[in-house]
Design a binder for this molecule. Structure first.
Ligand SMILES: Nc1nc2c(ncn2[C@@H]2O[C@H](COP(=O)(O)OP(=O)(O)OP(=O)(O)O)[C@@H](O)[C@H]2O)c(=O)[nH]1
Ligand SMILES: [Mg+2]
Length: 420
């Protein structure tokens, strides 16, 4: 699943890490007069008063980089002109004093301290300054440094079917995160890259959706309607979701709502029989709203937790079929409408999901055949494009081949961790 994109991202990750190692320069911490940057507010490292000197921070992934001195330089280093290259860290300028009280450290007293208190006060002052060094020495990257890799990342995303606006979001996010941004030097380049890509992807993947939690919190029976174009895997997904929810401890009934296609009722019937799930069915050619209504009534009468309604495949531009779906919605009053499409359809799946959402509405997305999709573009783009969560990925033809999507899990799958 998504192996093509994963491989390409690994390449970009390594190149970006290399760029950071080679071109990032250490900059002094901001003084009060500096322009504010969007650097995250870091929790300062607590330096226990009177305890051992703070550990020398591990600075460099590059073996020949000079370790920084914890001692304050006597003279401020000159402001760098342009970009000095060839080393990750340069000596920092004299750091400015902290702008306010730092952590639990008492600020250094401006008054001369009595002799025996003097040592303690000086010690506190030095520790505070050391802490500033430890916590505030930062890295900065310039636009030029990352332009080439960002272009490469853009191409990789587009070639792997990530929708254009989503690609732009990701690139902007990564650029914003890296360029001109003060980064704490204690992060390794690899960590910086992984964290940046991770947050850019998480941003477009949104919050995800926990179906079992939704069902637990909701009045029963929870009614879920499955829609989508022909042959994408709706019926198979209904069976898989039924099996998943049974394993989660819920009672499930299926409505054989595809009364249109020959063999559709038998198909869902066979799945349900294998899974031990009750199916409510009418004859082929009947009104799908009626059978789905009966399934809801059955669930109510038997105190069941969930109704899963299969429907016939349809294209959004087939007006009569879309009207039929409108009627199903009115009769069933679904709590959730899941739009089902194929991950392999890439941008087409995203466009169709948008159109379905516009016409009949969707609350969540299922992308099937992810096992056959090496690109992953639809999975990355769809939630952000239509503003609805990607709930499941179909990962094969077996009943257990259903992956519950969590944005964190998906991102970990795509980019791994800093060590990977
Ligand atoms: N490899 C793979 N095949 C899948 C997956 N989901 C469904 N399929 C296959 O896709 C084909 C179509 O699946 P269906 O469930 O019949 O699709 P449908 O959307 O109900 O089709 P219509 O009712 O005709 O619109 C079947 O051969 C399924 O086995 C999946 O996640 N991975
Ligand atoms: Mg079907």
């Amino acid at each position: 699943m998504f192996e093509g994109l994963r491989g390409k991202l690994a390449g970009v990750k390594a190149r970006l890490g290399g760029v950071i190692s080679e071109t990032a320069v250490e900059v002094p911490p901001l003084s009060a007069s500096d322009e504010p940057v969007d650097s995250p507010v870091e929790t300062p490292v607590a330096v226990p008063q009177g305890g051992p000197a703070p550990e020398e921070p591990t600075l460099s992934p590059s073996p020949d980089a000079e370790p920084p001195s914890p001692v304050l330089p006597a003279e401020p280093a000159p402001e760098p002109e342009g970009r000095p290259r060839g080393g990750l860290f340069r000596r920092a300028k004299t750091p400015s004093e902290p702008e306010g009280p730092v952590d639990d450290q008492p600020p250094a007293s401006p008054l001369p301290a009595p002799a025996d208190e003097g040592t303690a006060a000086r010690k506190a002052g030095v520790l505070t300054k050391l802490k500033v060094l430890v916590t505030e020495r930062e890295l900065i990257l310039k636009e030029d440094d990352v332009r080439e890799v960002l272009d490469e990342l853009e191409l990789v995303l587009l070639e792997n079917d990530v929708a254009f606006p989503v690609t732009e979001e990701i690139i902007d996010h990564v650029r914003r995160d890296l360029v001109g941004r003060h980064r704490r030097f204690r992060e390794s380049p690899d960590e910086i890259v992984v964290e940046t890509l991770r947050s850019a992807l998480l941003d477009v993947l949104g919050d995800g959706f926990d179906l079992p939690a939704f069902i637990r919190d909701h009045e029963r029976p929870v009614r879920i309607l499955f829609t989508g174009v022909n042959g994408t895997g709706k019926t198979t997904t209904v069976a898989k979701v039924g099996s998943f929810l049974k394993r989660e401890g819920f009672s499930v009934v299926i409505a054989a709502g595809d009364t249109f296609r020959a063999g559709a009722i038998e198909q869902i019937d066979i799945h349900a029989e294998r899974l031990g799930i009750r199916v409510i069915q009418h004859k082929q050619g009947g009104d799908p709203s009626a059978v789905i209504y009966d399934a809801v009534e059955y669930a109510q009468a038997h105190g069941m937790d969930v109704v899963l309604a299969d429907t016939a495949g349809r294209f959004h531009n087939k007006q009569n079929l879309m009207q039929q779906l409108g009627k199903i919605r009115r009769v069933m009053k679904p709590d959730l409408v899941f739009y089902v499409d194929e991950a392999v359809a890439g941008n087409d799946a995203v466009t169709r999901a948008e159109e379905f959402d516009r016409t009949v509405g969707a609350d969540g997305i299922v992308l099937t055949k992810a096992d056959m999709d090496s690109k992953g573009g639809a999975a990355i783009s769809i939630a952000h494009t239509i503003g609805k969560p990607l709930v499941f990925l179909g990962t094969g033809q077996g009943y257990d081949d259903l992956a519950v999507v969590t944005p964190e899990g998906l991102v970990a799958d795509l980019i791994g961790s800093a060590e990977a």
